[in-house]
Design a protein around this ligand. Structure first.
Ligand SMILES: Nc1ncnc2c1ncn2[C@@H]1O[C@H](COP(=O)(O)OP(=O)(O)O)[C@@H](O)[C@H]1O
Ligand SMILES: [Mg+2]
Length: 246
């Protein structure tokens, strides 16, 4: 889940999709955001985090915190912002996360990375370690420029220089209110702009924040809520994309 903007639903979506996948697969959530929103929301307290692994003071396996039988998280911490600076001079600095996750591949079926809202080295590491990227956005026509910029510049450059097998799974519209005129208009404008929109659209609901308040995703908190159904549909679209891989 990546874009350059904050507050668009990256963390919420990463958590929700991971919950859906975890019903049938072994899922690793990776929090690479120094704000550690996901780590804090879930309430993980684990002796090691991705920060330690990036700094070379812990092994990848020791920074994996089990949340359930099929869901685990590699947590973040605020010091991750320092790690971004610390790794900036290293050779292979864009591939550190990729190398960290490699030895865990046999333990998990899928990894979902929650990125920071900026295009720094941490986000680039996430894009280099990924096969596919979902780009969450709010239904705002004003965001179109930044969105296109991210898709056409950042992702294309990562594909060209660092990770040729990276694919855009789709743009995910979140926090949608169908009764709001400018939301409906924004959706039409995004379609006309030929953005690779996912079919599923996530409705805005206070239940999302409520779920986070108790450390859960909407999907486990209120499985029958329309927003949960929408995330199940997103997971199915991602699965369709996965089936076409290789
Ligand atoms: N579908 C939704 N309905 C209502 N609020 C939402 C929804 N998705 C996210 N939010 C809220 O919007 C804020 C930003 O979401 P978040 O997932 O943290 O975005 P990001 O990771 O892109 O910064 C949070 O307060 C979150 O609870
Ligand atoms: Mg976030």
């Amino acid at each position: 889940m990546a874009t350059m903007k904050g507050g668009v639903g990256k963390t919420t979506s990463a958590h929700a999709v991971a919950s859906v996948f975890a019903e049938h697969e072994r899922v690793l959530l990776v929090d690479i955001d120094p704000q550690a929103t996901l780590t804090k929301a879930i309430g993980v307290s684990h002796p090691h985090t991705l920060y330690d692994v990036l700094m070379g003071t812990a092994r990848p396996q020791s920074a994996v915190a089990l949340l359930s039988e099929s869901l685990a998280i590699m947590p973040s911490q605020i010091e991750m912002a320092e790690a971004e600076i610390a790794i900036s001079g290293r050779i292979g600095r864009e591939r550190l996360l990729s190398r960290i996750l490699a030895p865990l591949a046999s333990e998990f079926d899928v990894a979902i990375i929650d990125t920071p809202p900026s295009l720094g080295l941490l986000t680039v590491n996430a894009l280099v370690a990924s096969r596919g990227v979902v780009v969450p956005t709010q239904p705002q026509a004003a965001d179109l420029y930044g969105l296109r910029e991210f898709l056409l510049t950042t992702i294309v450059q990562v594909q060209e220089f660092l990770n040729p097998i990276l694919e855009v799974i789709g743009v995910l519209v979140t926090q949608y209110m169908k009764r709001v005129n400018h939301h409906r208009e924004a959706l039409v404008i995004m379609e006309q702009a030929e953005l690779p929109l996912l079919d599923a659209v996530i409705p805005r609901t206070v239940k999302v924040a409520e779920a986070l308040g108790v450390g859960e995703s909407i999907v486990t908190y209120q499985p029958s809520h329309p927003a949960s159904a929408a995330y199940v549909a997103v997971a199915e679209e991602i699965n369709q994309w996965r089936r076409n891989l290789r």
